[in-house]
Design a protein around this ligand. Structure first.
Ligand code: GDP
Length: 423
């Protein structure tokens, strides 16, 4: 049982276009629901004189711990034909964006749901744009409520062509466009006889084709140092360097180097509460001690000497998504949270701002406003260590804190020499 193997899937789209209905009906039809769940929700609706909706299933699942499906806040775990998935619930687009940029939840694949009658909405565009910005590569477009247009191919093609053109402009090539009816169940687990013009795949088919994003186990060792504990036991004065490994592995005897200080030493022991493992790998929150006494600060990034090093800089080019109602302005001091580091940071330069709803670009903006996606230069008072997002996503992503709240987040595109920044 490994969380690494689970494919994380998110379903996004304008409110009421049918996301919860599709997921509920899919799980019901594919036999992925706990026994009796469907009957229980139907019975509840009967007793309370409410019309049954497949969308209710999801809410019911979120409230319980049932066999085969476990619920963890806004996530639903389930299996289809022996493969494990986690469905990330994204109630509002701001929540979704916030979770994605902060890394709270990361989607390997996404369904974009569009109501065939309403067509492409501002939110459909915004979601498409963000999926491209966040690098979600497996995208499937579901054109829903086909029952309301008499199952006509023309209605489906119209939405597919319009949205397709838009997505292509963003560099997104959807895996498939599927005409569905969440309410009636068409094309979810089997091909619909009411749409003989559509030859596949079904929604279940594409689920089974999804692959988890390339694993992080293979990458170079990276561990943001969360804490350094001083231990004195039997005259043996040790410092335990503790944190969570984000990529790669570390073994006893490996030479480690800490960035940005550049201090290095060999791993003496790998520390765990009870046992003494000899290898640390991705996802583990543990610690290690060093052969020589070097003074490492929490916030540094640990790497291995024999592997590619992280970047170190105090100015970098980023793509930033701003969430706060208070615009981001130049000269103001913010806090940058990157790995375990927190540093004072400034907005140095705005290169371009894209309005995420209509994709218009502005190059002369002086501030970054709420829901703007900005390409800009950030600078920190002290150098920080990171990786470029396209190389190692977990250490290439940051969050900006303003007044103790997450005000924005983004990904690092390039490290800049200090002289490259205009002050
Ligand atoms: P969400 O906000 O995107 O999760 O949308 P819901 O799943 O809650 O659905 C919104 C409304 O659309 C509900 O009243 C559903 O019954 C209805 N709905 C969803 N899918 C279909 C469909 O395929 N056909 C029809 N006619 N109605 C649908």
């Amino acid at each position: 049982f490994s969380h690494q193997e689970r494919v994380a899937v998110v379903m996004v789209g304008h409110v009421d276009h049918g996301k919860s209905t599709i997921v509920g009906r899919l799980l019901a039809e594919a036999g992925a629901l706990p026994k009796g769940e469907l009957e229980q929700v139907q019975e509840y609706c009967r007793r309370n004189a409410r019309t049954f909706e497949y969308a209710y299933l999801l809410d019911a699942l979120k409230d319980e711990q049932a066999q085969g499906i476990t619920i963890d806040s806004a996530r639903v775990f389930f299996s289809l034909e022996g493969r494990d998935f986690v469905w990330i619930d994204a109630p509002g687009h701001v929540e979704f964006i916030k979770n994605m940029v902060t890394g709270a939840s990361r989607a390997d694949a996404a369904f974009l749901v569009i109501d065939v009658r309403e067509g492409v909405q501002e939110n459909s565009r915004r979601h498409g744009y963000l999926l491209s910005f966040l690098g979600v590569e497996q995208v499937v477009v579901l054109v829903n409520k086909m029952d309301l247009v008499d199952w006509q191919e023309e209605a489906f093609s119209r939405v597919r062509d319009r949205f397709g053109e838009f997505l292509e402009g963003l560099g997104i090539r959807p895996v498939a466009y599927i005409p569905v009816s969440g309410r009636e169940g068409d094309n979810l687990v089997s091909l619909s006889p009411r749409m003989p013009w559509y030859l596949g795949p079904t929604v279940k088919d594409v689920f089974l084709e999804f692959s988890p994003r390339t694993g992080t186990e293979g990458g170079p060792f990276r561990m943001p140092v969360q804490a350094v504990y001083k231990f004195t036991r039997l005259g043996d004065d040790r410092r335990i360097i503790a944190g969570t490994v984000v990529t790669g592995t570390l073994s006893v005897g490996d030479e480690v180097v800490f960035y940005p200080s550049g201090k290095r030493s060999r791993v003496k022991r790998i520390e765990s509460f009870n046992e003494e493992p000899s290898l640390l790998s991705a996802g583990e929150s543990k610690g290690f001690t060093l052969e020589t006494q070097v003074y490492v600060r929490p916030g540094e990034l640990a790497a291995r000497v024999d592997e590619p090093p992280p970047e170190g800089a105090s100015a970098f080019r980023v793509t930033l998504f701003w969430l706060s109602p208070h615009p981001m302005v130049k000269g103001k001091r913010y806090t940058l949270r990157l790995g375990a580091a927190r540093e004072a940071a400034y907005l140095s330069e705005i290169k371009a701002v894209v309005d995420s709803s209509d994709l218009t670009t502005e190059s002369h903006k002086e501030v970054v406003e709420q829901y703007d996606v900005a390409e800009c230069v950030l600078s920190t008072l002290k150098p920080v260590a990171f990786d470029l997002y396209h190389r190692i996503p977990p250490t290439g992503r940051f969050v900006i804190i303003d007044e103790y709240e997450i005000a924005g987040g983004g990904v690092i595109l390039e490290a800049l020499p200090v002289s490259g920044v205009d002050s």
